[in-house]
Design a protein around this ligand. Structure first.
Ligand code: ADP
Length: 414
């Protein structure tokens, strides 16, 4: 560190804080010291409590911030003569929010914390000028962050599209051989030799169940690509929600015949018929009821209730509530479980049966169910006190659908 020849501090301070009178400038100059630093010298250390305010007289310094271990440092700005830094940590009494490093020989005016604070209280004009430039800097940092987010968002959307395309191709490629396998199996099923052999018949039944499960997964993959790529075409007709619920429960009970669970159905007498795509509604309900069965241990109950509701914007709607006495869900997963392929906990721990307690799935059911709800102008959410495999607090899924997805708002109609 060297001290250079006399320097016109007043001229620099006048350039930095416009509008200060001569006395303020003189006061300020008397409290600063001039120092010169070589390139690559760190003046502010991110995270450290430091007590110096700097004004650049000549040379340049860069401000960088650590984003993450992977991304390293991000350049926030380059500062040159007349720019200052280090004031935010002093005002906030906080650690440095970024690192400042000289990129050339850099001469700076330095002021200690006590003098800086005294000067701020003596000169409202200086305080105002600092506030103004700090706000400008924050606004430009905001704009930088927003631009960065927009770029990242575009990349994520592109990756998501690629993923969807891959799922779609994979599902189509799997469907053809699966159909062939199923065709051959139905031939084998009627073969007298196999029918007569108990072991072979059992093996065939196993293959059949396996290929049915694969078929279901392939269909779920196709459903999710349709929903996600917004290619979902609704064919709305009057759908009697009560009977769709009853049929769904019957289907699920048939698949889960080995499980010892009670499924209660409670329909409000006024549960309306809605205008909706019946296949889609049936799929959404199937995933919800199947999940309730999958994540509830034997001996417990699942209850499904339907009732009329008034949705947002005064739209008349129907609510289907699927309440289980299962393992429950911690709040941090309440939104994430609706993302495709999201599963709570270690996937490897899940069994592969579709109805076994905690039986694994591809993580698509809830993404499909929410997609269906949204495509109809409805919503789907979960409430649960948390995950607990001792006390089984349970989860409650709420599906709300408008009576008529294409109708204008109820308020507007009324
Ligand atoms: P999966 O095919 O894995 O069941 P879903 O999209 O249907 O996929 O569900 C995503 C995750 O949400 C599941 O892996 C599970 O961890 C959690 N989940 C869904 N339903 C319930 C429920 N009723 N109780 C507890 N956890 C649930």
């Amino acid at each position: 560190m060297t001290t250079p020849a006399p320097f016109d501090k007043i001229a620099l301070l006048n350039q930095t804080f416009s509008g200060l009178d001569d006395e303020e400038l003189r006061d300020l100059a008397s409290l600063t010291e001039l120092h010169t630093y070589p390139p690559d010298c760190v003046l502010c250390h991110e995270g450290a409590y430091e007590e110096v305010f700097y004004i650049i007289a000549s040379g340049q310094a860069e401000t960088t911030k650590k984003i993450s271990d992977n991304e390293g440092q991000r350049l926030l700005r380059m500062a040159g003569p007349g720019d200052y830094f280090g004031e935010m940590a002093l005002i906030q009494k906080a650690p440095r929010a970024a690192t400042v490093r000289t990129v050339s020989d850099c001469t700076v005016l330095e002021m200690g914390k006590a003098d800086f604070e005294a000067m701020l209280s003596r000169s409202p004009r200086m305080a105002l000028s600092i506030i103004r430039s700090t706000l400008d800097r924050m606004r430009s940092n905001d704009q930088m962050a927003i631009a960065e987010l927009q770029r990242t968002n575009k990349v994520l959307a592109m990756l998501d599209r690629n993923k969807l395309e891959f799922i779609q191709v994979a599902a189509h490629e799997l469907r053809t051989p699966l159909t062939v396998i199923k065709g051959y199996m139905s031939v084998l099923k009627f073969n007298p030799g196999i029918r007569a052999d108990a072991t072979l018949a059992e093996v065939l039944e196993g293959i059949e169940k396996g290929s049915e499960r694969m078929h279901e997964i392939v269909n779920a993959m196709l459903d999710v690509t349709r929903i996600d790529s917004e290619k979902l075409q609704l064919h709305p007709v009057p759908v009697p929600v009560k009977s769709v619920v009853n049929d769904t429960v019957r289907d699920v009970l048939r698949s889960a015949s080995g499980r010892h669970l009670t499924i209660n159905i409670e329909h409000d007498a006024d549960t309306p018929t809605i205008n909706a795509d019946p296949t889609m509604i049936q799929k959404a309900l199937y995933h919800l009821v199947m999940n309730a069965v999958k994540y509830t241990p034997d001996g417990k109950e699942v209850t499904i209730r339907t009732r009329p509701v008034v949705m947002d914007k005064n739209r008349p709607g129907v609510e289907v509530v699927v309440k289980d006495q299962g393992i429950g869900l911690d709040p941090e997963h309440h939104e994430l479980i609706f993302e495709k392929f999201y599963q709570v906990g270690a996937v490897a721990l899940h069994s592969s049966s579709k109805t076994a307690f905690k039986g694994g799935g591809p993580g698509l059911g809830l993404a499909i169910a929410r997609g269906v709800a949204r495509a109809h102008g409805g919503k789907l959410w979960v409430e649960s006190p948390g995950h607990d495999e001792v006390n089984y607090p349970g989860s409650t899924f709420f599906l709300q659908l408008p009576v008529d997805p294409q109708a204008p708002d109820g308020a507007a109609r009324a």
